[in-house]
Design a binder for this molecule. Structure first.
Ligand code: SME
Length: 156
């Protein structure tokens, strides 16, 4: 079965509105978490061409690198460290317009200028985070937060 993504050129909101039903269809019939995280990463990368899109999963008190698209990245992040570890600790989405202004930001790529991290939950605990990086400053706003949180809610 063909799994081609339909890429939409339009406003950011329109791009998410085109993408979300396709992601829903892609992951809807699959129970395997890793398979779904891999396809979510690929779909976001393909539609928006972000610098880096991927997941870190909570394992033994650390975030450990999971499925992603983009340059190689650091493999382990402690609670409270960097944007990912902070989103985990605070249990909420963090939008970082300028990574250099975020104390403790972990620079996996020197090209990253802005970032959004969205935690996801299993039985009330953070099970991992979605991390998206951009080469541009101020890439992410409440529109990204709304749609990325919606995608992430389907993992529960
Ligand atoms: N910048 C992240 C680290 C992960 S990479 O960007 C892929 C952070 O500060 O947590």
């Amino acid at each position: 079965m063909a799994e081609d993504l339909k890429i939409f050129n339009g406003t950011k909101e329109e791009q998410y509105q085109s993408l979300l039903p396709q992601v829903r269809a892609l992951i809807g019939g699959e129970e395997d978490l890793i398979a779904n995280l891999a396809n979510i990463s690929a779909a976001l990368k393909e539609q928006f061409n972000f610098l880096w899109v991927g997941f870190y999963l909570v394992k033994n008190e650390q975030l450990v690198l999971g499925p992603f698209q983009g340059p190689v990245a650091c493999t382990r992040i402690d609670l409270g460290k960097g944007v990912c570890g902070s989103a985990w600790q605070e249990q909420k989405t963090l939008v970082v317009p300028d990574v250099e202004a975020f104390p403790g930001h972990i620079a996996c790529s020197s090209l990253s200028r802005s970032e959004i991290v969205v935690p996801f939950f299993c039985e009330g605990e953070v099970a991992g985070v979605l991390d998206v990086d951009s080469k541009d400053l101020n890439q992410f706003d409440e529109v990204d937060q709304k749609y990325l949180e919606e995608i992430i809610s389907w993992l529960n």
